[in-house]
Design a protein around this ligand. Structure first.
Ligand code: G6P
Length: 372
């Protein structure tokens, strides 16, 4: 009903707007911005649980899998632990190299996804420690994991995951800060700076969402008739490109592919023409990969492909190169997946609405996939 949607036309839009609050709830009591210290005692986690850890395996499906991919970038960089990421449906059938030195991190909004649950059981049987990142309290995955960090995003009704994803990213950032501190790889100064930025992030997002929403709605007017999209990102924003493309295809039924921009030459560039727009993620703060993204955008433009670029506000160079430009505030590398995800959700939402799609209940999809 309208009341349940809190005045929003769809649950998905309500849940997009709830993200600042959801992230605040995820962080609550777990991060001290003064010291930069992370406290995961609500999940019964202490340094002993991580003793002798040699490898981390993220196992998940769908959007939750994309959170795992971001986790690889974060944990390897901040904590220096080798990370593998697997789709649960692959992991469970391939006899993965898992042993007592492995931490399996199983990510699931619902806590009921059949393949993810099977992956959890396999990892546990092979002697791994299993940590769940779960939204639904008391769900099967939450009960069967050795430990669980709840995302506390609140109930998510829209089939396409939004606030659960950004809450998962937040938990993974907390885990990276925690393990970075334990390993000594993350300096206390850097931890403090990141903690402060993370605590301030919900406020930033709260101001940003109502500001960029009208712009994305307007842009959807230019793009909604297209049937093929390419989403490009690099480094930690590569999984965000995958997630952006997944959102668009899930709810608007537009074919969209996420690609690592460096792979463009190995296939997708063959598709570029006037009727195939590219969504490019190119924050100026991303160092060497910024220049690489700029080259990729030039390559698309020279083949007459339209480019909708998301980058750092005030980046006139990028804005000039692109067909359309959405400027976002500068943030640290670690926080950038959280930030860049949100306008892509709004874009997918507005595209689906213009196409008259059933945003909250897309055809053929289920909120929770409890059978294989
Ligand atoms: C379904 C949902 C997706 C979700 C995926 C994994 O496909 O439609 O939104 O990402 O399942 O679900 P989980 O509950 O395990 O995160």
């Amino acid at each position: 009903s309208q009341a349940e949607k809190g005045g929003f036309p769809h649950f998905m839009l309500k849940e997009i707007y709830e993200q600042p609050e959801a992230i605040r709830d995820t962080l609550r009591g777990r991060l001290d911005p003064e010291s930069g210290r992370v406290d995961l005692s609500d999940a019964a986690l202490s340094p002993e649980f991580f003793e002798g850890l040699r490898k981390i395996f993220f196992v998940a499906c769908g959007t939750s899998y994309h959170a795992g991919l971001v986790g690889k970038y974060l944990l390897e960089a901040l904590a220096g632990i080798p990370v593998e990421v697997d789709l649960a449906s692959e992991f469970r059938y391939r006899d993965p190299l898992v042993d007592e030195g492995t931490l399996a991190v199983v990510i699931s909004q619902s806590g009921e996804t059949a393949d993810t649950l099977a992956g959890l059981r396999l990892a546990r049987d092979k002697g791994a420690r299993v940590l769940g990142i779960v939204n639904v309290l008391g769900s099967t995955i939450a009960r069967e994991a050795h430990r669980v960090i709840y995302t506390h995003a609140g109930p998510e009704i829209g089939v396409a995951s939004t606030k659960a994803f950004t809450s998962q990213l937040t938990v993974i950032l907390l885990l990276a800060l925690y393990l970075g501190g334990l390993s000594g790889r993350l300096s206390p100064e850097r931890a403090r700076l990141l903690a402060r930025e993370l605590v301030e992030f919900p406020g930033l997002l709260q101001k940003l969402i109502p500001k960029v929403h009208p712009l994305l709605k307007e842009l959807s007017e230019h793009y909604f008739r297209q049937e093929n999209f390419l989403y490009l990102g690099r480094n930690i924003l590569f999984p965000v490109a995958l997630e952006g493309a997944l959102k668009l295809k899930e709810i608007s039924y537009i074919h969209a592919e996420g690609y690592a921009a460096g792979e463009m030459k190995h296939g997708p560039i063959a598709l570029i023409e006037e009727s195939v727009p590219t969504v490019a993620l190119a924050p100026r703060e991303s160092g060497v990969v910024y220049e690489k993204m700029v080259s990729n955008i030039e390559e698309v433009r020279s083949r007459r492909g339209p480019v909708l670029a998301f980058g750092t506000q005030g980046d006139e160079h990028l804005a000039g190169l692109s067909t359309d430009f959405v400027g976002l505030p500068p943030v640290s590398w670690e926080i950038s997946p959280l930030l860049y995800t949100v306008p892509l959700q709004l874009f997918a939402y507005e595209m689906a609405v213009r196409r008259g799609c059933d945003v909250d209940q897309p055809r053929n999809l289920a909120k929770s996939v409890t059978v294989e």
